[in-house]
Write a protein that binds this ligand. Structure first.
Ligand SMILES: [Zn+2]
Ligand SMILES: [Zn+2]
Length: 504
């Protein structure tokens, strides 16, 4: 067992025309971090195919012909109540600045994909249908209506209504797809006759006049787009689920082979369950891209086998994942996933994020000051633009996700809080000031602190460390003291220690 995407590609039968990887999302609401797994899983396989110079396409299908199902809590009821049942591509967007409701949610997602280095072809369902590319399969579905109904009944155990049609026609009057029944069709003229609950009757073309219903639409696009591999959420993979029925419909109605399935598990937010818009526990992709570099989100998804759930913890645990990604010495890292997480032309900083969290706060998020701080601990940051970017990541992470004790600000003057120091603590700080040499490193300083504590005799370490933090950041806890002090100018540290120790 190797890396999942390598194994998957190795097991594929050779295909001269190449592989077509498809993914799809209905842009009915914010496309969030949980939704990222589908396209990222496909991208992982796509990258492996590319490495092997095997021909492949990566296609993202925006299901914007889907009707608005209901007035979601984030929508204005007065505006959207009358629009329920119409296609997402044909109704006004919540902010009124996008071409349609669908584009409102697609635009930020597509921008994020670009950021994430996912080079996918984007197919919008309304354009795919309007182009006539679906006409053949629509005709086959209408003609094969009884076969499809039989498959659905057999596999789902549910009876299909007598007036059921695989095609949802759009009413020419109320524009809804959800209240029409198909009363006939013409395979020569490529038209469907329908009746709508609103009283309208008429005919509408295959192309642009409606859409196939989901369970038929999916296998129909396998045929129309020649899809050979497709990741999909585990809900579709259940017995009698849409993949099962799709397989039968593909073979018996469209005379095509179904794609190689890649069912995947959900992404859960630690302590809050599987991410889903209806639970309100989602993180936005673009929001996360303010906190971590894009390679991180790629790595977070790609390191796990699709069949294993991902439990994402944006708090302290995020630092462990960052360390796997950026630190070649980390034994937990998934080397293959790290490779596939890279984005051509986008480098990573190469400074442990954990260390940067401390250094950025010492440097007060100022690029130049942080460079000096890093230099004192022997880290050379050569790419200042990238460092600046990372400082913003750190700032956002501290603001949004970091536990309180990770946050600090270096006090420019001796903090009031240091007034509580007792005689032993003051003596400890004064002695530390005396022993401090100019070029002392973090580890060395760490040992020196412990030596002093031992020499003081009987004193427990905690009050001594607290004394250091109180003197520099006005709190009783803080970052690892040795590395922290070593990152500050020695003169500054000595002066402050003396001041706090009462020896100035
Ligand atoms: Zn908008
Ligand atoms: Zn109507």
């Amino acid at each position: 067992m190797g890396y999942w995407a390598d194994d998957m590609v190795a097991a594929l039968p050779p295909r001269e025309e190449g592989q077509v990887l498809a993914t799809g999302i209905s842009p009915s609401g914010e496309i969030h971090l949980g939704n990222l797994r589908e396209v990222m899983t496909a991208d992982g396989v796509y990258r492996v195919l590319q490495e092997k110079a095997l021909p492949a396409r990566l296609v993202f299908i925006a299901d914007n012909l889907d009707p608005l199902r209901r007035v979601y809590p984030f929508l204005d009821r007065d505006v959207y109540e009358p629009l329920v049942g119409r296609s997402l591509s044909g109704i006004v967007c919540p902010c009124t600045r996008h071409d349609s409701y669908g584009e409102h949610f697609l635009a930020p997602f597509l921008a994020a994909l670009e950021d994430l280095g996912v080079a996918t072809e984007v197919v919008r369902a309304h354009e795919l249908y309007a182009s006539g590319a679906m006409d053949e399969v629509i005709g086959q579905a209408l003609a094969g209506r009884d076969t499809i109904a039989g498959i659905l009944t057999e596999l789902t155990g549910k009876q299909v209504a007598a007036d059921w049609s695989p095609f949802d026609a759009r009413c020419g009057s109320c524009l809804r797809l959800t209240h029409t029944s198909v009363t006939g069709f013409d395979l020569e003229a490529h038209t469907v006759a329908y009746r709508c609950d609103c009283g309208q009757e008429g005919t509408t073309p295959f192309a642009g006049g409606g859409k196939l219903t989901w369970r038929v639409d999916w296998p129909a696009r396998w045929k129309a787009l020649g899809v050979t591999m497709e990741p999909f959420g585990k809900d579709h993979a259940s017995r009698g689920g849409s993949y099962d029925t799709g397989v039968r419909i593909a073979r018996e109605v469209f005379a095509c082979e179904p794609p190689h399935p890649i069912p995947y598990e959900w992404i859960a937010l630690r302590g809050k369950g599987d991410m889903s818009s209806s639970k309100g526990n989602v993180l936005s992709i673009h929001g996360m891209l303010e906190v971590v570099p894009p390679q991180f989100l790629r790595y977070m998804v790609l390191r796990a086998d699709p069949q294993r759930a991902i439990r994402f913890d944006p708090g302290l645990a995020l630092l462990n994942l960052m360390d796997e990604l950026e630190n070649p010495a980390n034994k937990n890292r998934n080397a293959r996933a790290v490779e596939l997480a890279q984005i051509p032309g986008r480098s990573m900083l190469g400074i442990p994020f954990r260390q940067l969290v401390t250094m950025a706060q010492i440097g007060d998020f100022d690029t130049e000051r942080t460079v000096s701080v890093l230099r004192r601990v022997g880290v050379d940051a050569s790419d200042l633009g990238l460092l600046q970017r990372y400082l913003e990541y750190v700032r956002c992470w501290l603001d949004r996700f970091a536990p309180e004790d990770v946050r600090f600000a270096l006090a420019q003057e001796l903090p009031q809080a240091a007034n509580v120091l007792n005689e032993t603590q003051r003596a400890f700080l004064a002695e530390l000031a005396r022993r401090l040499t100019d070029d002392i490193g973090g580890e060395e300083l760490h040992s020196l602190i412990y030596d002093l504590i031992r020499e003081l005799g009987g004193e427990k370490p905690a009050p001594c460390f607290a004394a250091i933090y109180l003197a520099f950041i006005g709190k009783e806890r803080g970052p690892r003291a040795g590395h922290f002090l070593a990152a500050l100018p020695a003169d500054f540290v000595r002066t402050r220690l003396r001041e706090a120790g009462g020896t100035t």
